[in-house]
Every structure is written in structure tokens, then in C-alpha cells.
Design a protein around this ligand. Structure first.
Ligand SMILES: Nc1ncnc2c1ncn2[C@@H]1O[C@H](COP(=O)(O)OP(=O)(O)OP(=O)(O)O)[C@@H](O)[C@H]1O
Length: 297
């Protein structure tokens, strides 16, 4: 009998998560799987469960939760000898990976979609011993998001980030970056460096509109240090989906990026704090066997 592991985070998606869990178990059984359900209790669980599924040669791993849970499950599947199929059921607030893969943001539809979906091999990124599916951000603007207090986040939402971002843009502090990539070396002062894998970043689909989940490329954007009006222009370009055409933005498509900075800076990986510079980022092309909507080729 085919074996599936269903990993779910009960803290995501509020009180309906348990109902979706029951529906997912029923669906996997109907699909002919022996379904083994695992509930996460805290950070790291989803990774350990997915690792176990690889060791025990499961056919399918399905993770249900927000982007944090999905990142943890994919990290457990990465670089293993046995590669189960990976299905995801989005239950978070942003759900970038599901958006990029065209998976329904309605959990019931996403679960139903496992029945009719097809396999698609998709890229992930690697930095040190961490993996990412959507975006790595580094620079004063990225660092400033850590300064947003939790209660400020709840009260003001995106506006709190915006205020911190403007403060970072307006500050005199500048960081010098040395960035090596496939086509050469970029050296200079930058406010923000972004490495995107997909076209959905923070639920916003216009930062890297051309980034495909299986193009084998890191989409690198270097936002140069500039005066405030340039940032206003850049924000407008971003909203219009023309970010990479802005003169203060260097856009490079590459398979590897090495980043060194004048001061150590920590990066933000898929929304959570990650490694501190210097570090190397690489693409792992078509590494994960994701289940996505659509007919099998
Ligand atoms: N039982 C649990 N209770 C609390 N936290 C948990 C539990 N299980 C896992 N976690 C942790 O919760 C973190 C956040 O989960 P996740 O990102 O999936 O949900 P979310 O915060 O609702 O989503 P989003 O970030 O999209 O709003 C994960 O990093 C995970 O380690």
C-alpha cells in the first residue's frame, strides 16, 4: 500500500484546522494511501517528520500550515536519497509558495486538488544549512522589520513595516556590499538586496513577475543607496511591476550569489531571521517533487 504522511500545524489557520485535518485524512485514504498523521508542537517538528518520511520511504508528504510550516517540511525533504511527492495545504496569512505554485488558497480545494494534481519539479534555494522557497532579503530595510514590535504589527499591520522601512531609507547608515554572481562582481553601497525564487513575495506578485518556480535561477535585485525621492520612484515602479527597470535597481539572474558586507548583517529567509553575512546562496534546480493543479503531461 502507498504510504502518505500528513503533517499539520494546529496553531495555523485558527479553529478550523482540525476540520481540515479530518478532511485531508479522509481524502488521502480515498486516494489509496495508508495515511500517517503528525501534529506539530513547535519549531523543528515539521522538518523532523519530513526527514522521517524520507528515511521510511513514504510516497507522499502533505504539509498543512503557514509559510513557516511549509518551509520546515520542505527543509526536511531537501537533499535526501528518497524523494517523496510533496503536497501543500495553505493555512497561513500570506501563503507565498502556494500562490506561486497555483495551489488554491481555500484549504478544502487544496486538499481536493491532491486527487487531480500532477507532479512538477520546483526549485528551492540554499544558504548555509537553511533552505528557502520564496525570498531572502538582506540590508537595513530588511533588518528594520525585526524592529517592529509584535503589538505594533498587530495594531498597524503592513503600515508598521512601511514606517520602519522609511526610517531605514532615511538613515545615514550605509552598508558596503561585495556581491559575486554568475556574471561578475557588484561592489557598492546598497540599502537592500533581494534574492527571489518565485513571483509571490509577501503576497505581492509584482516584485519578480518573471520568476518561475522551475527556471533554475535566483532573481537577484540590488537596491542601491539613493536619496529619498529615488525610493518613492522605486516604490511606484514596484507597484507597476517594473521594479527591475528602475535606474537605482540592479537586476541579475544567476545560479549562485556570494554576499559579503562591511558590517555583519542578518538576512530574512521566507519571513524569518536567518544567517549573518558573509554567506553563499545557491539554487537547487527542480529539487522538490511538488503536487500542483493540472493534468499530468
Ligand atoms: N503546535 C504549535 N503551536 C505553536 N507553534 C507551532 C506549533 N507547531 C509548529 N509551530 C510553529 O509555528 C510557526 C509558524 O507557523 P506557520 O508559519 O505555519 O503559521 P502562521 O504563523 O499561521 O502562518 P503565517 O506566517 O503565514 O501567518 C512555525 O515556525 C512552527 O515551527
Amino acid at each position: 500500500m502507498k504510504k502518505a504522511m500528513f503533517i499539520w500545524n494546529p496553531s495555523s489557520g485558527k479553529e478550523k484546522a482540525a476540520d481540515y485535518k479530518d478532511f485531508a485524512e479522509k481524502t488521502l485514504t480515498e486516494m489509496g494511501y495508508d495515511a500517517d498523521t503528525r501534529e506539530t508542537t513547535g519549531p523543528g517538528d515539521a522538518t523532523h517528520f519530513a526527514e522521517e518520511a524520507c528515511e521510511k520511504r513514504y510516497d507522499l508528504v502533505v504539509a498543512m500550515g503557514g509559510d513557516g510550516t511549509i518551509n520546515e517540511a520542505v527543509s526536511g525533504l531537501a537533499e535526501k536519497e528518497h524523494e517523496p511527492l510533496f503536497g501543500l495545504v495553505p493555512l497561513g496569512t500570506v501563503n507565498d509558495f502556494a500562490r506561486a505554485l497555483g495551489i488554491s488558497l481555500n484549504p478544502e480545494e487544496a486538499i481536493e486538488g491532491l486527487k487531480t494534481g500532477r507532479e512538477k519539479r520546483v526549485d528551492i534555494g540554499k544558504v548555509g544549512d537553511q533552505y528557502f522557497m520564496n525570498i531572502l532579503a538582506i540590508g537595513e530595510i530588511a533588518e528594520s522589520t525585526y524592529e517592529v514590535e509584535p503589538e505594533q504589527k498587530t495594531k498597524l499591520g503592513a503600515f508598521a513595516y512601511f514606517v520602519e522601512g522609511v526610517k531605514a531609507v532615511a538613515s545615514d547608515e550605509v552598508t558596503t556590499f561585495v556581491i559575486e554572481h554568475d556574471h561578475g562582481t557588484w561592489e557598492g553601497e546598497a540599502k537592500l538586496v533581494l534574492v527571489a525564487l518565485t513571483n509571490s513575495v509577501g503576497g505581492f506578485e509584482k516584485l519578480a513577475p518573471e520568476a518561475l518556480t522551475d527556471d533554475g535561477l535566483l532573481h537577484l535585485y540590488i537596491v542601491e543607496n539613493a536619496a529619498l525621492p529615488a525610493f518613492v520612484r522605486m516604490a511606484t515602479a514596484l507597484v507597476r511591476g517594473k521594479f527591475e527597470e528602475d535606474p537605482a535597481v540592479e537586476a541579475i539572474h544567476t545560479t549562485r550569489v556570494s554576499i559579503r558586507t562591511s558590517e555583519p548583517l542578518s538576512c530574512n529567509i521566507d519571513g524569518d531571521e536567518g544567517s549573518t553575512t558573509p554567506f553563499d546562496i545557491e539554487i537547487m534546480p527542480r529539487h522538490i517533487r511538488a503536487v500542483v493543479p493540472g493534468e499530468t503531461d
